[in-house]
Ligand binder design. Structure first.
Ligand SMILES: Cc1ncc(COP(=O)(O)O)c(C=O)c1O
Length: 378
């Protein structure tokens, strides 16, 4: 079936007990056994529950994986993937990755004997040069947050497979509607489902999608043992959100291009990072993506200018997060990437004047009018 059909029907079959077209929220912690050792497939909600199983089937199908496991946040899903490593293993991570990944790896996971290098993975030469004999994982975010650098997934997969390492791709920014990392050779895909998969800014969740049976077994073991599996209500919300992923992403993609073009032509904007613009390196994006999405960052030169803009938007909301139907605008240097050291921020292009926008699905002309008003305050 096509993507939109799968998004609506896989894992979303009518409830066998009642025929309800929408599966009920199984808000229960335990399941009664018919007799000792005999149950109906569920015993305790930390281990598994129907809403989680349903969502996991949908996500696995949309990403083309063997299995998916959903967690209480994107970071919990990412943490579970890093736990596939053993002490002494080395991981290469895209240098402009989401700040939470920098925090988790450099301030916590290093304590367990894991080694991490942050590399500009948009250059395959840099990536290949960073490989060491103990490299066991390459962790790529593409496009990167917030400077929208694109990594060649198939190229990175070639390097990973030569080394016998996992290639993990964070597909949060584009969603499976616009990019299919597994088809390009990734072994594992992770998501902050808080973003486009849910799409309505009303739940936090994450997913790890696996392509190998042995990895799937380990992640499931971890999910049920450590207990960070997503709760029924949140699974229900994300499952509902996914049903409209295809139509939402079409509109996000169209609005993203309209706003990027508008910003690029504006005299108070120094630079726009958006892989859909000819001014941004975009050959690889054109090859491996089915669209450019709705994440844009742009430079208004100084913190003072950024502040003036951010304090005068009315329709766009000044907030962290992204991927919802409503447009969110933020300041990476002091918000999402505040934990990245200033010299690293400078090197990877997160300047004090950089503003990030997650373009929603409102009418593009209303968003442009709002930005026009706010930019006039600079
Ligand atoms: C690209 C990306 N990956 C992962 C995460 C972490 O997800 P969560 O906030 O759901 O833990 C985020 C959060 O903003 C993100 O932007």
């Amino acid at each position: 079936m096509g993507f939109a059909t799968d998004a609506i029907h896989v894992g979303q079959e009518p409830d066998p007990a009642t025929g309800a077209i929408v599966a009920p929220i199984y808000q229960t912690s335990t399941y009664v056994q018919e007799e000792l050792g005999k149950n109906k497939g569920y015993d305790y909600a930390r281990t598994a529950h129907p809403n989680r199983r349903a969502l996991e089937r949908t996500v696995a199908r949309l990403e083309g994986g063997k299995a998916a496991f959903v967690f209480t946040s994107g970071m919990a899903a990412i943490d579970s993937v890093f736990r596939l490593l053993r002490p002494g293993d080395h991981t290469i991570i895209s240098e402009a990755v989401y700040g939470g990944v920098v925090r988790l790896t450099t301030q916590f996971l290093v304590q367990w004997g894991l080694e991490f290098s942050f590399v500009d993975t948009s250059s395959l030469e840099h990536l290949e040069r960073a490989v060491k004999p103990n490299t066991k994982m390459i962790y790529v975010e593409t496009p990167t947050n917030p400077t929208m650098r694109v990594t060649d997934i198939a190229g990175a997969a070639g390097i990973a497979s030569k080394q016998g390492a996992w290639l993990v791709v964070d597909n949060t920014f584009l969603s499976p509607y616009l990019q299919s990392p597994v088809a390009l050779g990734a072994n594992i895909v992770v998501h902050s489902m808080t973003k486009y998969l849910n799409g309505h800014s009303d739940a936090v969740g994450g997913a790890a999608v696996l392509t190998r049976q042995e990895d799937a077994e380990k992640i499931y073991f971890l999910q049920r043992s450590a207990g960070a599996g997503l709760a029924p209500m949140d699974c229900f919300l994300v499952s509902r959100g996914i049903k409209t992923l295809a139509v939402r992403m079409k509109q996000h993609d169209a609005n993203g291009m309209a706003i990027a073009r508008y910003l690029e032509a504006h005299p108070k904007v120094q630079r726009v990072h958006y892989p859909g613009l000819p001014s941004h390196p975009h050959e690889i994006a054109r090859r491996q993506q089915r669209g450019f999405g709705a994440m844009i960052s742009f430079d208004v030169t100084t913190l003072k200018n950024a502040r003036a803009l951010l304090n005068h938007v009315r329709l766009c909301s000044l907030a962290e997060s992204l991927g919802g139907v409503e447009t969110l605008i933020s300041h990476p240097a002091t918000m999402t990437h505040a934990s990245v050291p200033p010299e690293v921020r400078q090197r990877i292009g997160i300047t004090d004047g950089l503003v990030r926008i997650s373009v929603g699905i409102e009418d593009a002309e209303d968003l442009i009018a709002d930005l026009e008003h706010a930019l006039s305050k600079i």
